[in-house]
Write a protein that binds this ligand. Structure first.
Ligand code: GDP
Length: 456
């Protein structure tokens, strides 16, 4: 992938659509505009232009053309953008002209963003924020992603890295000029004080119990319970679409089905676990194993029982094996003559936190359950400070930084050598540099950019 290639792609969604946005980036971007519309419009001004096939002179479309000369462009390189009518043939004709220009080729997934990163327009945490913004399904995820894109963790990490480098400079000055008389003796002490202060700041950022990562992935609510209790029917109700197969025969939902829902702006992943019961059938056994594993790791379990079958006692004994917090859902109350829907609280020993009486089939009691789930998500995520750490990668890098600072401080306390202190401070700065992508991250890039779409 030579970086002086000019790349192009359809950056908007799948055609046919009202409008298609085609972007071109690289040294031939201006030439591409010349070929397609016969001129290069003034920078950053929307210009109406006739788009022609340069070979035949035939008009392809009328478009809005934009010209963003580098380095003041999104990628830092020359960029051209055409807003065309979003038909298949229009798009194909324009892409065909672009492909015929020497030095132009179709972009790889995420390649525009990768250039923005390589040209220093975005750091790695902003790139991740951008990917998260495109993937965001719930409002709270969107807000968190936008904060990352705008440098919430990236700017903080860079400021920390600068402070470490300043401390390192003091220690190195002490090493380099140790023989000279006019170098103050205590250059190391202020460096260690700065390291101590930083240590506190980073530890505070890490002590957020994974809230940012959880918002990134969604709270997990598992729907579990004996076969035929109505779990799949309930999932469909909650998700308001047909995601799980509802069947009158027990034991048909063998796999764990996952549905992402937005509850009042908070992301919740609902899992429909296979009917948890012992079975001789190997495929079913595997389903049972996976169901138990996912349910055990969930933030909340909805333990569904057939409220009309009078087996609540037995079912509760099964659910007591599950260590996670759970709510008891008495389903099929439409089959019970005088059993009103609703909920009540009970907090005894290993028992459920709350009980809801519902009918997944008729929908009664579902609104109360959805409201309670939204409150649960809101309570979980609501705090005043936005989370800094939104990915395991961030957490690892900050933990590495913290460990290196601790080693530097321990070395200082022992009255250890300045060389050793300097080495640990350097390791701390490197860990932060990897977080923002300033140093040595070739190995990470493919993983991070792989998740982007083409044209971004
Ligand atoms: P699962 O095995 O727990 O996932 O149960 P299903 O969702 O497949 O439901 C089992 C059977 O119970 C199906 O025939 C459903 O139509 C039925 N069912 C589920 N919920 C209700 C309900 O609230 N009332 C009634 N009458 N039937 C229900």
């Amino acid at each position: 992938m030579a970086s002086d290639d000019t790349i192009f792609a359809l950056s908007s969604g799948r055609p046919p659509a009202a409008i298609a946005v085609i972007r071109v980036c690289g040294p031939q971007a201006g030439r591409a505009l010349q070929q397609l519309i016969g001129r290069v419009p003034p920078p950053r001004h929307a210009t109406l232009a006739r788009v022609r096939d340069p070979a035949s002179g035939e008009a392809i479309d009328e478009a809005v053309a934009l010209w963003f000369p580098g380095p003041r462009s999104e990628t830092g390189e020359d960029m051209a953008e055409l807003q065309l009518h979003g038909g298949h043939a229009v798009i194909a004709a324009v892409l065909n002209v672009l492909g015929g220009i020497e030095g132009c080729r179709p972009a790889e997934p995420g390649e525009f963003t990768r250039r923005a990163f390589e040209n220093g327009r975005l750091d790695l945490t902003a790139v991740e924020g951008l990917a998260d913004l495109i993937a965001a399904e719930a409002g709270a995820q969107r807000r968190q992603a936008f904060r990352q894109l705008k440098g919430l963790i990236g700017d903080r990490a860079e400021a920390w890295r600068r402070q470490i480098i300043e401390a390192l400079a003091l220690v190195e000055a002490r090493i380099d000029f140790s023989d000279e008389a006019d170098v103050p003796e205590d250059l190391v002490a202020p460096a260690l004080r700065a390291a101590q202060q930083l240590r506190g700041d980073i530890a505070a950022a890490l002590a957020d119990s994974g809230r940012g990562e959880r918002l990134h992935d969604g709270l997990v609510v598992a729907i579990a319970g004996p076969p035929n209790a109505g779990k799949s029917t309930l999932l469909n109700r909650l998700a308001r679409r047909e995601a799980a197969i509802v069947s009158p025969h027990p034991g048909t939902t063998r796999d764990v089905i996952e549905v992402h829902v937005d509850l009042d702006g908070y992301p919740v992943t609902l899992l429909d676990t296979a009917g948890i019961r012992d079975s001789d059938h190997p495929v079913e056994q595997e389903g049972v194993r996976r169901a138990r594993e996912r349910a055990a790791a969930a933030d909340l379990i909805l333990w569904v029982i057939d409220g009309s079958a009078g087996e609540a006692g037995r079912a509760d004994r099964v659910s007591a094996e599950l260590k996670s917090e759970y709510w008891r859902i008495k389903n099929k109350i439409d089959l019970v003559a005088q059993n009103p829907c609703g909920s009540n609280e009970s907090r005894s020993g290993n028992g459920p936190l709350r009980t809801f009486s519902i009918s997944a089939a008729t929908g009664s009691g579902i609104d109360a359950l959805l409201g309670a789930l939204a409150d649960f998500a809101r309570d979980y995520f609501s705090t005043t400070e936005p989370a800094l750490v939104t990915r395991a990668r961030h957490r690892n890098a900050l933990e590495e930084t913290l460990a290196a600072l601790d080693r530097a401080l321990a070395e200082g306390k022992r009255g250890g050598g300045e060389e050793l202190i300097a080495e640990e401070l350097r390791a701390a700065a490197t860990a932060l540099g990897r977080l923002t992508g300033r140093v040595d991250v070739e190995d990470l890039l493919d993983v991070i950019f792989r998740d982007f779409c083409i044209g971004k």
